[in-house]
Write a protein of this length. Structure first.
Length: 625
């Protein structure tokens, strides 16, 4: 029997075909191919396209990758105590264990169905109750795991913003991805399974002997699961936007505001998982006008990462639609799993559409949410949790609103964990996230979500009290409620775009050795050029911050970092008034085979930005020996 999604006519699974019918792979070949996996807390990713071309839109994966998928399912099952090493090595399974329940889903990549199918079969064969939501936006399945207390975990098949030939896995529970400690346990077991022939035989036997009727019953429930998931996501999105207060009153007030102030949104979905999510119905429910583009699942028409020129299609569509209907003022483009959406907007002064940089998207949401919360809680302790490369414009906004800033390593699990810790200390932490990629996380959500981003922008456009409050704190005069004016009110910074060519290097060295070399060169350089830096740029001193997980540690040298020394590394520069005026940052990507760097400079000082970017890049290249 073949099941298909009614909306998209996409292949789900064929219960008559055994996906692990091939002879089990050679252990040595598997061990070699394991090197292509990036196994990080942000997700396990590799090129799954059988050609190994990262831009290949094929749906075919290799035999080795099929067995990797089965072992991934086995790894999570062991973590949840569904199976033991003894059972695996002796090839038997006690089926009378306590029931475990897992939600599974995937983004809209072509290789997703095969990967999800194998994982689903392993879980079912292990007597796990599987809630299969098939193609689902990441915030959708995470909302489901947050609200359904009977779920023990979720597994989501996705490579987020990576090119279409990539795919991967995210593990999580209770609305968020597993933290580093949890993922490290999974990673260790997965690597051991790859080297264990008994594990390969075990998963082959599980899948081969799975009762077809069990699989078919599971697949027959996909439509119902999806319906429940979508309704749950809609409710959770409204609950999050309403700050956990009276959701129905919030919805009524919002609809009333939008009936008086018409707002139109362009949604260029690029064939992502959001094509099968709540976006159309949700915006229609709250009286938002919409025009959807590229809203057929898997019809990916441009590179996936929603940055730079990949927003051009949305930008031009918004500009054309604005000429026809001037209520259309904003557009968004998600990545393939739909957990973030970067924006384009109409610039009122020119009537032209422009691309909003990722750091500016995050800053606008922070402005909206912190101002709104400060109005609601004028005297409470408030904080924001952000990652290392987030621009210091956030620090400036937070300072104006008397909000504490906490920084962490890159990774949504890290900022979520830090926010959780600070709440226990008495802080209200409403907004958190990673400005370096434009992704905001709005509590109680634990994942980025373009709906949250857009609702924050809509709140600014329809609620004069919020912007007036912020203006009063920074002495900004223009009170026009427009995205252009909100942007103009932001602190002025120049920041490297995270996905620009200047933000990436190919590094050969061990990261610990690289940082050791970098520090020696930097200390030497600063000592030799101290007077020049002071006279030219008013740079008088610096501080080093090293980020590991949810911690940000002040101090230079190896003793302030942990093996394998892959954490974020940041040098902040201070002027003669002891104000921080710029920083340089670096870190090896956890999800791509690149080394990232970033420069952030206050007051739009282009000369200083160019100087620091050149210095930072050259020091890194000279350290890579």
């Amino acid at each position: 029997m073949i099941f298909n999604d009614k909306k998209s006519n996409l292949f789900i699974a064929d219960s008559s075909i055994n996906p692990l019918y091939d002879t089990i792979p050679d252990i040595n070949i598997l061990k070699t191919k394991l090197d292509s996996f990036i196994l990080s807390a942000s997700g396990w990713r590799k090129v799954f396209a059988i050609s190994k071309d990262e831009e290949d839109p094929t749906d075919k994966i290799s035999t080795e990758d099929k067995y990797f998928c089965a072992l991934i399912a086995l790894t999570l099952a062991k973590y949840l105590n569904c199976i033991s090493d003894y059972e695996i090595n002796n090839n038997f399974f006690y089926k009378n264990k306590g029931k475990i329940k897992i939600a599974i889903g995937m983004d809209a990549r072509p290789t997703g169905p095969q990967i999800l199918d194998i994982i689903n079969r392993v879980f079912l064969a292990l007597n796990i109750e599987v809630i299969n939501t098939y193609i689902s936006a990441a915030p959708e399945i995470m909302a489901l795991s947050s609200q359904d207390k009977s779920l023990d975990a979720f597994l989501y098949v996705s490579a987020s913003h990576n090119p279409i030939g990539h795919n991967g896995i995210k593990f999580g529970k209770e609305g968020g991805v597993f933290n580093k400690k949890e993922v490290d346990i999974l990673t260790k077991d997965f690597k051991l399974f790859v080297e264990n022939k008994n594990a390969l035989l075990f998963v082959k036997n599980l899948v081969t002997n799975l009762d077809k009727t069990i699989l078919e019953e599971n697949l027959s429930k996909v439509d119902k699961n999806k319906e429940i998931s979508l309704q749950n996501y809609r409710n959770f999105a409204l609950y999050t936007a309403s700050k956990g207060l009276d959701t129905e009153k919030y919805l009524s007030d919002l609809k009333n505001k939008l009936s008086k102030k018409s707002i139109g949104i362009i949604a260029e979905l690029n064939g992502s998982a959001r094509t099968l999510s709540i976006d159309k119905e949700f915006f229609n429910e709250i009286n938002i006008k919409t025009k959807f583009i590229n809203d057929v699942p898997r019809k990916v028409v441009h590179p996936i990462v929603p940055e730079g020129e990949n927003l051009e299609m949305c930008r031009s569509a918004l500009e054309e639609k604005h000429k026809e209907d001037n209520s259309f003022v904003v557009g968004y483009v998600p990545d393939n799993d739909g957990d973030r959406g970067n924006l384009v907007y109409i610039k009122d002064s020119t009537k032209k559409a422009e691309i909003l940089k990722a750091q500016e998207v995050f800053a606008l949401v922070v402005l909206a949410e912190l101002s709104s919360m400060r109005i609601q809680y004028p005297n409470e302790k408030m904080a924001i949790s952000i990652n290392g490369p987030t621009s210091m414009r956030i620090d400036e906004i937070a300072k104006a609103l008397d909000v504490k800033v906490f920084r962490t390593e890159v990774g949504e699990a890290n900022v979520v964990e830090k926010a959780k810790r600070e709440r226990k200390k008495g802080y209200i932490v409403r907004i958190l996230g990673e400005g370096s990629n434009g992704g905001n996380i709005t509590h109680p959500a634990k994942v980025r979500d373009p709906l949250n981003t857009l609702l924050s922008i809509i709140n600014l456009l329809t609620n004069k009290e919020i912007f007036d409050y912020y203006r009063s704190k920074i002495n900004y005069k223009n009170d026009t409620l427009s995205i252009e004016n909100f942007i103009n009110s932001l602190p002025k910074f120049i920041t490297t775009d995270a996905f620009s060519n200047s933000a990436k290097l190919q590094i050969k060295s061990d990261h610990g050795k690289l940082k050791e070399n970098y520090e020696k060169l930097f200390i030497q350089y600063f000592k030799q050029n101290k007077e020049y830096l002071k006279d030219k740029f008013d740079i008088c001193k610096y501080k080093v911050f090293q980020m590991e997980g949810s911690s940000c540690i002040l101090g230079m040298g190896e003793k302030y970092r942990k093996s394998p020394y892959r954490g974020g590394y940041k040098i902040t520069f201070y002027n003669s008034k002891n104000d921080n005026i710029a920083f340089i940052w670096m870190r090896g990507s956890g999800t791509e085979a690149v080394f990232r760097l970033l420069v952030d400079v206050k007051n739009n000082n282009q000369d200083l930005y160019d100087y620091l970017l050149d210095l930072h890049t050259n020091l890194l290249k000279n350290s890579d020996i």
